[in-house]
Design a protein around this ligand. Structure first.
Ligand code: MN
Length: 732
């Protein structure tokens, strides 16, 4: 049995070799902490548990990650398996390390229970989305690699289920992150348990042919080496047999025996420069016969996962075809360790802000236009997942919904019958309210009842997905015709009054016929019903028939005089009162149902101190108390036009507001601002800027927020961007 000190030394060697910048004192501190926490636990083979975190840390060091990631690896099972807490880890090792450990813990808790292809893709995306920091995934992959290496100690059932999971989740993730070496090892180890016979058949064949194979590889290697040194190219040549799973897959997809397989051998020539790569290619094609149609130039067109090399297949005098991959050392590093290779690069440039974190992804985005690459980047850059949330049904099916979705969206995503008979919802086994926002990895359960009353109209404001909204509207359309007619009539007539049209015009039969034709309804009730369930808005309906109405209006007084509009509108039906207030989000003292407008000069949002100004003809205009335009409130001559207003406390509607950003006109500034807004789920409606002298710029941005806290958060985030000197409210 291997000892703890052997594993410890082996980790230290890996750190010295691949991650020499790592802070060893911290590593030791984390090691002792974890060893103590796990001291009473054993692995399945009977060895001390700490060997596992040590081995994971060693893999993390090998792929060249940083101090925090190695600490995260050492501590990765502490929260899940010991009495250690998140706060304790923050206290001892800092926020970043604690976040990494917690991230890995969350992934550990995700249940894998299906093999459906679409589900797999969603699960992989969920992993990405849940790991706000890409290092979480890298540690999790290292964790899985070590567990896979030691699978022999598990029960046969566990061996199979873990291997399936590895093959379907972790190997594709490693591939997507460009980590070939780890991907191959995961695949080979898993195949052993998924198809033991197939695996052994290949192993037996390879063992039987090992001598010949080695002889062949040496011959080819010598030929290439001799040629390259004769022309003065400095390069390293390696021969290998392709990994077991790739042979297996070829046998399966081509329906062939291993004997008949075309290319079992691959050679790798690693040189110093790109020019050398192409020179070597010429020499290879000179030395051997080219197999047509197999040449690929991944240097000029890298693969989506950043892989670069020249590939060619040739055949020598031995009559055995083989593949040659030609690349530089830098490309080699990327091919083996993918995204982590870039991490290493980041270490060297000594950067600690978030700013450069995704720099290379952006570079890649700029360089590559094909959609596959964009998909890849999309799946990599975890905050780009902010437009989607992935949750589970109680049976483990993954459902993907728009970010911000609620149990209502979930219910309708399952089936409209589930949504329509919903009487309650549970998240992770706890009863929740309908307006809770779902989080990645939540297990959502919908409680239904045959006697459910059906959806409520509030749901239309709560749900996020169009799917749910449409299904709810459908239900109202079908089930609530009478109610719809009443509601539709009320809002249609209110809209008429807003347009200074007396609803009594509808009593004119001739006009009514014209109107119905124009809006394509058979009866007035049909139109009211459509407005009532939300299929048509009252504003649209009135706009469409405005001409007819005005025309008729001339002939049919009594039209309400314009002066009465818009204050103290005729009381709308009671049902409308609430929504009216909700829409503006403002309560005007002493005036019910008045028209309210948020001023464009200072764009107030909930939480700002506000005051209202009674305009001539446009209702009450709302200003921030510190808006220059509100100064006249102190002027006695104007005082009677200023009214007290307050924010309705339960508004969920977003408010448009503006900020001005003083900043340097450095590269990437716009992208950084856009990235912040995306990551905060905020809708930007306007973004413009102008360059000033001396490398300065002013960027103005209009966007929607729910309240002052959200706005302040945006301001703080923007202020922390490099090059930003000031962030002001308002607009130019
Ligand atoms: Mn583990």
């Amino acid at each position: 049995m291997e000892s703890v000190s052997e594993h410890y030394n082996s980790m230290v060697q890996a750190i010295k070799r691949y991650a020499p910048y790592v802070d060893m004192a911290k590593v030791d501190q984390a090691f002792h902490y974890a060893e103590n926490k796990h001291k009473d636990q054993k692995r399945k083979d009977g060895s001390p548990y700490i060997i596992h975190p040590l081995a994971v840390a060693e893999i993390v060091a090998e792929i060249g990650l940083d101090t925090d990631a190695i600490l995260g690896a050492l501590l990765h099972d502490c929260i899940e398996d010991t009495d250690s807490t998140f706060d304790e880890i923050v206290h001892l090792f800092g926020q970043t390390v604690a976040d990494l450990v917690e991230g890995v813990t969350k992934l550990t808790r995700v249940q894998y229970s299906t093999t459906e292809e679409q589900q797999m893709e969603n699960l992989r995306k969920m992993f990405m989305a849940m790991s706000k920091d890409i290092r979480v995934i890298l540690i999790k992959i290292a964790d899985r690699l070590h567990n896979t290496r030691t699978l022999e100690y598990q029960t046969p059932e566990k061996q199979l289920s873990k291997s399936m999971e590895t093959m379907e989740i972790y190997a594709p993730l490693a591939h997507r992150l460009g980590m070939q070496k780890i991907k191959w090892e995961l695949e080979d180890l898993s195949l052993k348990y998924i198809d033991p016979d197939g695996y052994h058949e290949i192993m037996v064949y390879l063992a039987a042919h090992e001598k010949d194979a080695n002889q062949f590889m040496r011959t080819i290697q010598t030929k290439i080496t001799t040629r390259l040194s004769s022309v003065g190219i400095h390069g390293s040549i390696y021969g290998r047999i392709k990994h077991v799973y790739s042979i297996y897959r070829k046998m399966k997809t081509q329906g062939k025996h291993i004997d008949e397989l075309y290319d079992l051998y691959a050679f790798r020539v690693i040189v110093d420069t790109i020019t050398d790569c192409y020179n070597v290619l010429g020499h290879i094609h000179d030395l051997f016969n080219l197999v047509p149609g197999r040449f690929k130039d991944y240097i000029s067109t890298p693969k989506p996962n950043m892989y670069q090399s020249l590939h060619t297949t040739v055949i020598g005098s031995e009559g055995i075809p083989f593949e040659v991959q030609i690349r530089t050392w830098e490309m080699h590093q990327t091919a083996e360790y993918g995204i982590a290779a870039h991490w290493k690069y980041k270490q060297n440039v000594n950067n600690h802000g978030d700013e450069k974190e995704y720099e290379w992804i952006r570079r890649l985005l700029e360089n590559q236009q094909d959609t596959e690459a964009e998909d890849y980047i999309h799946s990599l850059k975890t905050d780009m997942f902010d437009d989607e949330v992935f949750v589970f049904t109680p049976k483990g099916k993954v459902i993907s919904l728009p970010a911000g979705s609620t149990p209502i969206d979930f219910a309708y995503a399952i089936h409209s019958a589930v949504g329509n008979s919903m009487v309650g919802a549970k998240i992770n086994n706890r009863i929740v309210s309908y307006d809770v926002t779902l989080k990645n990895g939540d297990i959502v359960e919908i409680l239904t009842s045959k006697t459910a009353k059906g959806p409520s109209r509030d749901w239309l404001n709560i749900c996020k997905s169009n799917q749910a909204r449409n299904k709810i509207k459908q239900w109202f359309k079908k089930e609530k015709r009478d109610e719809n007619i009443v509601r539709g009539k009320a809002s249609f007539e209110a809209e008429l009054r807003l347009n200074s049209i007396n609803p009594s015009v509808l009593q004119n039969d001739e006009l009514l016929a014209q109107i119905l034709k124009k809006v394509s309804f058979d009866t007035l009730d049909d139109m009211y019903a459509a407005i009532g369930y939300g299929g048509l808005t009252a504003v649209k309906a009135v706009n469409r028939i405005r001409e007819e109405l005005l025309h008729a209006g001339k002939a049919t007084p009594p039209v309400q005089p314009k002066e009465e509009i818009p204050f103290n509108l005729p009381a709308a039906p009671a049902a409308n009162k609430q929504s009216q207030r909700k829409n503006s989000g403002i309560i005007v003292e002493g005036i019910d149902n008045c028209m309210v407008k948020l001023s464009r000069c200072c764009t107030p949002v909930p939480g700002d101190d506000i005051i209202g100004f009674i305009t001539k003809g446009y209702g009450v205009s709302i200003h921030r108390k510190d808006c220059p335009n509100a100064a006249s409130a102190k002027d006695p001559a104007m005082a009677d036009r200023w009214v007290h207003v307050s924010w309705a406390d339960s508004s969920t509607e977003p408010f448009a507001t503006s900020l001005e950003i003083d900043c340097s006109d450095r590269d990437g500034m716009w992208l950084d601002i856009a990235t912040i807004m995306t990551s905060l789920h905020l809708k930007v409606t306007e973004l413009s800027g102008k360059d000033l002298e001396g490398g300065k710029a002013i960027i103005s941005m209009t966007f929607e927020v729910k309240n002052i806290e959200e706005l302040n958060n945006v301001r703080n985030r923007l202020r922390s961007l490099p090059g930003v000197t000031n962030v002001r409210r308002g607009r130019t």
